[in-house]
Design a protein around this ligand. Sequence first.
Ligand code: GDP
Length: 471
Amino acid sequence: MHHPDTIAALATARGESALAVVRVSGPLALEVASSRFTNAKLADAPSHTAHVGWVTNARGERVDQAVATVFRGPTSATGEDVVELTTHGGTAAPQAVLRALLDAGVRLAEPGEFTQRAFLAGKLDLAQAEAIADLIHARSTAAARSAARGIEGRTSGALATIKDRLVETAALVELELDFSDEDVEFADRETLVRLLGEASGEIAALLSTARLGAFVRDGVRVVLGGRPNAGKSTLLNALVERDRAIVSEVAGTTRDSVEAEREIDGLLFRFVDTAGLRETEDAIEAEGVRRSREAAGGADVLVYVADARTGLDAQEAAFLADLTARRPDLPIVHVANKADLLASGGAPNGQAGSASPQNVGAPEALALSAHRALTDPAALDGLRQRLLSIVRAGESEAESSVIVTNERHRQLLAQAHEAVGRAQSQLEAGASGDLLALDLRAALDALGRITGAVTADDVLGAVFGRFCIGK
Ligand code: GDP
């Protein structure tokens, strides 16, 4: 595709740093950059070479010493002539260099415009371009790893296999259509059934990774619930291995929610300590209780902490029953805390052991000591494993697997799955080939939108608008 204009932007973040990069791309990239560069070799520089010189402004003043790296189209990232000026970092020098280029007649790039040009030049497909944005926004090891696989083209590769199958199916159906005058039956019904079944299964397999994909992308929100003094703050501190929450012996002192993040096995977990669950006349505390209800509502997982010695009372059981009724899908992990007091018989009222951790909420309650875990993080391994197994639910982010982390991809996969399902019913009902062909085309169209083989301008706008300027 032809782009008449040349664009420039700062590719690195503003702020103090050793170096910064100003990028120029377009037909005039070399001409403009060399008009502002003291090293005369730049104008005729071969592709993939670096040149040291001074960048000069419109008044001919030297603004910064820089390294100009030349990539000539079509072997550059955008497919056009590209010059990357590596300047000194900070705010002033890169801005002065960019200003000098803009004054020489190039235009400031729109957000994501470099990547959009790369897409339009066929250097990468839409799913790969989105993966670049995902990598830039990645906040956890798992998110970065998944994005890197997307850039590699794993998502596109998985889709290509499915598309091949659907194209093969469509070809068989269309062959039948071509010969429909001659009253030819579907040459090989069994093959059609098999191909559609395989495509449907493969799409379903990708779709089933989307739940984990959302956790990989956004992190997992784990809300700690339980009565004041159950040990939620202590548990939060132990989980994140730092003093983030205020731990106090006075009941009800954690009035507001406290959040802290921690990676477990590469996945980002956001732990939220709520104000605790207790009916109260205290206005501020009532607000805290309200917030804790709200926080539990927005949880991906609820870790409900109870004192192992006392277990759950009727009020807590009612709260949990109410929550389960409203959020039947919400996984709840029951923690029987202060297990150290059970074992040592150290309860102040001398009734230690009167409640076993087994009766705290559920038979699978995890007995632990948050207090001990402060000095022995391994004491929480059981809880961490429980959280991981809930989040992964049989899926894995293993090296070989593709995880659907992108919501746009998920929606299009769901559309493709539906269309294949319709095709399967048509085939079963003995519908005509042209109806079948219609559904197959809809499925292929949905898959094509993921990689950008089929595109609409609004989709491109939405995708590339997610980038910062300079990407
Ligand atoms: P929260 O109100 O639920 O956040 O409870 P805190 O974390 O503030 O803990 C209340 C009190 O229980 C504090 O004195 C903690 O030190 C203590 N505590 C918390 N967990 C344990 C535990 O596992 N064993 C013992 N013995 N004390 C604990």
